[in-house]
Structures are given as structure tokens and as C-alpha cells.
Design a protein around this ligand. Structure first.
Ligand code: PEP
Ligand code: NA
Ligand code: MN
Length: 612
């Protein structure tokens, strides 16, 4: 039998500073799952080295050529364990309405019974790792603590990148601390003498959340969002419930710091559905001279209202778990520089020289590639070399544009909140909300056109409110209400950030993009800062406040007056149909959508006028 890692015998006992409740919970899980040994992770470099060596020995990780990319590794997953499994992700609340309608609901008692059975002996022949972690800088008033137990050393090293993991987090858990229990198993016990596989997992998967008891139970997958439970499961699904109860916001948002040529600093938080370029925007390289963008986070923002009524945000994560395909020195040079080394890649292709490759990294693929499953690949193979959801996992501190204040325990003051989707039609480049309520309406109605790839009827709108459809841990209509409440709290204390809607993806009739995107997006961001400073006026339209011609600097973009007009066109008929689609969407919440959002819908309809 292959041993999953070299572990020190002394590591098997709980550190003396571990809180009794943690020790008892770990014992309980170990009694159920029957691992061969228990290891308490301390987060040290030595521990990480040992885990990585073990993962290379068992074949889970391949080392990238260290002369080209030091201390980096490639994991090849099981071919059916490559992405989040939304249909196997559950919210278990006493009342069904508290989870609905965007989550799969299950009765807590029934799910517990099922999980109890599945977890029985599930770690036999494996090591149970105890992974204490802090989400957010340890000691920040916004940070939260948790403990994940897992039988996957790949998950341990990934959690070591994505969170503040180890002894300091464990020390911070005291008898009166509220901490989240996160139990994870790949569900693949080893019988004595049975050889392990590089990526153990189970065809049966359950990613289960119990927000009422602050627990997560994940079975059968080792993939990112299913298994790194600090990320989507805790920092969004469980945290959104904590945020509702405690009056703050846990959001699927990037955070960036923008500095204007005259040295004024602005912080933006922006929500986009998956695969709309959050990581690219967070690492934007401005094409406008004198502007700079620094990165604070690329996926999650935790925000609360401070004493002065300002919204303060932290990036609760310590690393990036980014989509590799499409990332290149042209589209995101900062991400490319970030992963110079110390990076774990999952499901990328490998080059003859032992470095990594994925679609879009270079315009033509190098020869001699091996695909994400380890099979020789040529462009004639008729399938992608890297999995379309191939990932890089890398520490945020390696990012060359990381802001100096990215770990400030107090967080940064948010000046603007931005919502975006991927819309080929209808939605203009940039619109400012007329009020907080209008901004909440824009967030609640974020949408993308379905593509052939995402299933359904092509062109049909897919609503992803606040980009949280898959991540909100309670009733989404109540979540809209929570956003409206936060606005009232800020208004009462004096500070409300501006809200904007953007769309980088509008297309011309011939199917080509109207807007160059990427580094040119600075032009829309610059206009936002001018609105915040009150130095430009705006056009009052049915959709909101839009730029006056000439106020968005287009010099050097190749966007001419005709293209600019198309980017900003409002087709009244199509928008009347869009209003109907929003009404149908609101109706799916069974009367729970707050009145204020219906008022916004009526205002939109009034502004669009009657059909001619
Ligand atoms: C994930 O799939 O684990 C993940 C982080 O999701 P996404 O990139 O879609 O937000
Ligand atoms: Na995914
Ligand atoms: Mn995400």
C-alpha cells in the first residue's frame, strides 16, 4: 500500500493549545471514518514540503520542470471530478423556504443520516488531516475561523495556499469562538494491500451545508469548489447566512484599488458570474496613461458598514484559484507573472520541456503536448489539451500588483460596487444606478445569454443575481432584502458607495465584440471615478445614468462614434421584453421579492414608455 505522506509520529496527537471542542469533534469524525492516522497540520514550510513530496511519490502531482517554473506541480484529476457539482450541492435548513428557490434543499435529519452512512469507514487506509484555517487575516474583526478535516493531501496543500492555515488559526479558536466545522472525504477507503489511485474520488457526491449549525459535509470529490471548503462553501454559502444574521455582506466579488493620474485612490468591488473575467479585471493593466490598478482580491469580498457608514471590505482569501485557459501575457500578464513558481496546476496540458500549457496561452500550441489526462495531444486530436476548467492555485502575495493594504485587518473603504454579466445585446457598456435601490435592482437582475455550451435555448437569458445564484446560503429574495437593509444602515450613518452596471461583451450584428475589453476597461472605471468625484455629468436614461459623448476617453481604442453609439443603444422594444423577463424571474420567488424591487421594475417600464 502506498502511504499518502511522510508524517511525523508526534503530529498525530492534538497540540496542547487545541481547544477541547475541536479535539472532541476530530475524535468523533475519526471514530466514524476510521483513518489509519490523524495528522494535525501546523501550516509550516516543512509540513508543506513533506506533503508535496508524498503527493509526487503517489503520482497525484507531477513536478513542473523546476528550471522553468520552480516548485510547481500539476495534478490530473479523475476525468469526472473536474468542476463544482451544483446538482449535488445541498442546503439543509429546517424550512425549505429558507434555502429556496436557488438551492437544492434537503431536510437536515435526512441528509445527516445519509452522510453518517457514507462517512462510516470512508477514510480507512488513509490519513485524516486536521486543517485549521482563518478566512481573512488572523485577528481581523472581519475574519472567521474554521477547521476542515480531510483525507486528501491535495486538498491540504491547496487550503495552505487559499487560507491562513495552521497552528496560528488553531490557537485563535478559544472556548467562546464560533468556528465552522467542515468535514471532507474523497469517499474512497483503501483495503489492506490495495493500491491507491492518483486522484481518489467517488461517483457519488454530496456537498452539503447546514447553515443553522455552521457545518459543511463534503463527500466524494477532491475538486476545488467541492473540496476546498473555506472557499465557496464557507466564505460564501455559510458566510452569507452569518452576514444576514449579523448585518454584513459576504459576496462573490473582486476588490481592486484604482489610482488616478492625480493620485486619488478608489476601491471597487465587482460581482460577475463565473467566467466573465473577474480575475482579469482584478489584475487589469490600464492602457490609459497615469492610471494604476492594484489587486486586493479576485473572487470573494466580505464587507461591513463602519461607524461612519462606509462600506469596508476585506478579501477573505489568501490565494487565487483561477481558470487557466484563456490566460496569457496578452489577456492577463499579471496572472502569468503571479504563477512564476510555487503554483499548483490542475488539469492543464504539459509541454515537452516539462512546463505547463493551456488553450489561449500561446496562439499556436507547441508540439509534443500531453493533454490534461496524460495522453499525447496534437491539434488534430479534436479535443482541448487542457480541460476548459483547468485551474492554477497560487498565493496572492506572489501577485506583482497586489495592493500594499490587501491584508489590512480593517479592510478598505469601497467607493463603488459594480455588477456585470456577459450580454451580447441590450446592456450598455456602463450605467450608473440612480439610487441604492436601483443598484440592488441591477445586481438582482444580472444576466448572461445562454450559449450552446451552457445548455438550454441559445440566446435565452440566464439570471445570476449578484453572481450569487450558486452561492447564496439562504432564500435569494430575502438576500435582496438584506442588501436593501444594508443601504438603509449606510444612509443613516452618511456614506453610500455608488453602484454601476457594466457589460464588456456587447456584440455587433456580425457577431464581433464592440468593445476591446481587458486593459481598455480602465476607460469605464475612470468614468466611474469622475462620477464619484462629481466632475462629469451624466445622461438620465430609462436604464440609469449614462456617459455623455466624449466623457469616456476612447483615444487609441479604435472605437469610433458609430461603435460608441451601438455600445450605448437602448432598443425600447427589446427592453420591454427584458422587463417582462425580469417580471417572470421575480415571480419564481413566490411573492418574496421586496416591494422596492418591484417599484424599480415599474419605473423601468414607465421610462420605456408604451409600445408605439
Ligand atoms: C470553483 O469552481 O471551485 C470556483 C472557484 O468557481 P468559480 O471559478 O466558478 O467561481
Ligand atoms: Na467551476
Ligand atoms: Mn467565483
Amino acid at each position: 500500500m502506498t502511504s499518502p505522506s511522510l508524517v511525523r509520529a508526534s503530529a498525530s496527537t492534538a497540540p496542547d493549545f487545541a481547544d477541547t471542542a475541536v479535539v472532541e469533534w476530530v475524535q468523533q469524525i475519526a471514530e466514524t471514518t476510521r483513518p489509519e492516522r490523524v495528522v494535525w497540520c501546523d501550516g509550516s514550510v516543512r509540513e508543506r514540503d513533506e506533503l508535496l513530496r508524498g503527493l509526487v511519490r503517489t503520482g497525484t502531482l507531477l513536478q513542473v520542470n523546476p528550471d522553468l517554473r520552480p516548485y510547481s506541480f500539476v495534478a490530473r484529476s479523475h476525468p469526472e471530478d473536474v468542476a463544482r457539482v451544483e446538482d449535488r450541492t445541498f442546503l439543509c435548513t429546517e424550512r425549505k423556504a429558507d434555502a429556496g428557490p436557488t438551492n437544492n434543499w434537503e431536510e437536515p435529519a435526512r441528509m445527516r443520516a445519509r452522510l453518517d452512512e457514507l462517512f462510516q469507514g470512508s477514510m480507512r487506509g488513509r490519513t485524516l488531516y486536521v486543517v485549521p484555517f482563518s478566512i481573512g487575516p488572523i485577528g481581523s474583526p472581519l475574519a472567521r475561523l474554521g477547521v476542515q478535516v480531510t483525507d486528501s493531501p491535495y486538498v491540504v496543500v491547496s487550503m495552505g495556499i487559499m487560507t491562513r492555515m495552521g497552528a496560528d488559526a488553531l490557537r485563535a479558536i478559544r472556548p467562546d469562538t464560533t468556528w465552522v466545522r467542515a468535514a471532507h472525504t474523497v469517499g474512497c477507503p483503501l483495503e489492506p494491500g490495495q493500491a491507491d489511485t492518483p486522484w481518489p474520488c467517488n461517483a457519488t457526491k454530496y456537498i452539503s451545508h447546514f447553515p443553522e449549525s455552521r457545518e459543511i459535509w463534503s463527500y466524494g470529490s477532491a475538486y476545488g469548489g467541492n473540496a476546498l471548503l473555506a472557499k465557496k462553501s464557507f466564505a460564501l454559502r455559510i458566510a452569507s447566512v452569518l452576514a444576514r444574521d449579523e448585518g454584513w455582506l459576504a459576496e462573490h466579488m473582486l476588490i481592486l484599488k484604482l489610482t488616478s493620474p492625480d493620485g486619488k485612490v478608489f476601491h471597487l468591488a465587482a460581482a460577475f458570474p463565473s467566467a466573465c473575467g473577474k480575475t482579469n479585471l482584478a489584475m487589469l493593466q490600464p492602457t490609459l496613461p497615469g492610471w494604476s490598478v492594484e489587486t486586493i482580491g479576485d473572487d470573494i469580498a466580505w464587507m461591513r458598514v463602519d461607524e461612519l457608514g462606509r462600506l469596508r471590505a476585506i478579501n477573505p482569501e489568501a490565494g487565487f484559484f483561477g481558470v487557466a485557459p484563456g490566460t496569457s501575457t496578452a489577456t492577463n500578464p499579471v496572472a502569468m507573472d503571479t504563477m512564476w513558481g510555487n503554483t499548483i496546476f490542475t488539469n492543464v496540458a504539459m509541454r515537452e520541456d516539462g512546463d505547463v500549457w493551456w488553450e489561449g496561452m500561446t496562439t499556436t500550441p507547441p508540439s509534443g503536448l500531453v493533454d490534461w489526462q496524460g495522453t499525447p495531444w496534437t491539434p488534430a486530436s479534436g479535443r482541448p489539451a487542457a480541460h476548459p476548467n483547468a485551474r492554477f492555485t497560487v498565493a496572492a502575495r506572489q501577485c506583482p500588483t497586489i495592493a500594499s493594504d490587501w491584508e489590512d485587518p480593517a479592510g478598505v473603504v469601497i467607493d463603488a460596487i459594480v455588477f456585470g454579466g456577459r450580454r451580447a445585446s441590450n446592456v450598455p457598456l456602463v450605467v450608473e444606478a440612480k439610487s441604492w435601490e436601483h443598484g440592488v435592482f441591477l445586481g438582482a437582475t444580472i444576466s448572461s445569454e445562454r450559449t450552446a455550451a451552457s445548455g438550454g435555448t441559445a440566446g435565452e437569458l440566464e439570471r445570476d443575481p449578484f453572481a450569487m445564484r450558486a452561492f447564496c446560503g439562504y432564500n435569494m429574495a430575502d438576500y435582496f432584502g438584506h442588501w436593501l437593509e444594508i443601504g438603509k444602515t449606510m444612509r443613516a450613518r452618511g456614506g453610500v458607495p455608488r453602484m454601476f452596471q457594466v457589460n464588456w461583451f456587447r456584440k455587433d450584428d456580425d457577431g464581433s465584440f464592440l468593445w476591446p475589453g481587458f486593459g481598455e476597461n480602465i476607460r469605464a472605471l475612470a468614468w466611474m471615478t469622475e462620477r464619484i468625484r462629481g466632475v462629469v455629468r451624466a445622461r438620465d436614461t430609462a436604464l440609469g445614468l449614462m456617459p455623455l459623448d466624449g466623457d469616456v476617453n476612447l483615444d487609441g481604442t479604435g472605437v469610433d462614434a458609430g461603435t460608441w453609439a451601438k455600445l450605448n443603444a437602448i432598443d425600447l422594444d427589446r427592453w420591454r421584453a427584458e422587463a417582462d423577463s425580469i417580471e417572470r424571474f421575480f415571480a419564481t420567488f413566490g411573492g418574496r421579492v421586496p416591494e422596492a424591487l418591484y417599484r424599480q421594475l415599474h419605473r423601468l417600464r414607465d421610462a420605456l414608455g408604451d409600445p408605439a
